[in-house]
Design a protein around this ligand. Structure first.
Ligand SMILES: [Zn+2]
Length: 278
């Protein structure tokens, strides 16, 4: 049996539910869980290093406060409540640039506590999984995450950013050439890059995803809802690939699409090396 986790990043109080509905109805109808990495208290003027406004703010309107907690997204919350096929992950705090790539422990802990409070105030369960903005997590941040979460999902792991006590397990995982591992009580999941991205050609996209899934016992597929609507129009060929993926995932033998919450609560038996790499 192979396991697949679909992770869609950057849902926030300003995410139009219609976008999620357009993308994920075929998944929900087939009982395939969709994991939304949600920004607890979004920075409403978050920009990329070049100064360009972040794509997940596409529905921004004038006069908004500087930060907007999930509880302000009433429409979104109603939509999520009506569709239990969605699960939430804890994605940064405000999605400020490199906000978790910091050595300042007190500040990091505060961001995590404030983020958790945002889930409480929105009436949402606290996620057991953390996703770092821009895949950048400092050593100090990892230590704080290990105290609060069960799973960290990120793009890759770098020795120089990890707590020193995790180094032997990291080395064992490297030697075993495994994608995922465990350390400090956390499941540390990497992913094979954003295969579902508007920066990649749609031709062959589904085949590349299928190949990645075939190569590992567990695959995290990462995408970003706003990429399907960049420029204000739905990107139909890209959406078509996503929907073909839903159809294939539902019908492929020996393959199970699971939620991060399910993984945290009932981890499946995966072929692991002695040092917890898989
Ligand atoms: Zn993000």
């Amino acid at each position: 049996m192979k396991y697949v986790l679909l992770r869609d990043d950057d849902t926030n109080a300003l995410t139009p539910p219609a976008c999620l509905e357009r993308l994920y109805r075929p998944f929900l109808d087939r009982n395939l869980p969709v994991n939304l990495a949600a920004i607890p208290c979004v920075n409403t003027s978050a920009t990329l290093p070049g100064g360009r406004l972040e794509g997940f703010l596409m529905a921004r309107r004038p006069g908004l406060p500087e930060r907007l907690p999930l509880a302000a997204g009433r429409e979104l919350l109603d939509y999520l409540a009506a569709n239990p096929g969605y699960g939430l992950l804890h994605h940064g705090y405000a999605h400020d640039y490199l906000e978790f790539d910091s050595p300042r422990r007190v500040e990091l802990a505060q961001r995590l506590e404030d983020g958790a409070t945002c889930f409480d105030r929105a009436g949402l369960p606290r996620p057991a999984t953390f996703v770092g903005p821009y895949d950048q997590i400092s050593r100090t941040a990892y230590r704080e995450l290990a105290r609060r979460f069960r799973i960290v999902s990120t793009g890759w792991f770098e020795l120089r950013r990890l707590p020193f006590s995790w180094w032997p397990r990291y080395a064992a995982r490297k030697l075993a050439r495994r994608r995922h591992w465990t350390a400090g009580g956390l499941w540390l999941l990497s992913h094979p890059g954003c295969l579902l991205s508007y920066q990649r050609p749609v031709e062959g996209m589904l085949e590349r995803i299928q190949a990645a899934i075939a190569a590992s016992p567990l695959t995290v597929l990462v995408t970003h809802w706003w990429e399907y609507f960049a420029g204000g129009q739905p990107n139909e060929p890209f959406i078509a690939v996503l929907h073909q993926l839903a159809e294939w995932l539902a019908s492929a033998p020996d393959l199970q699409v699971i939620s991060f919450a399910g993984l945290a609560a009932h981890p499946p038996a995966l072929p692991q090396t002695p040092f917890g790499a898989f």
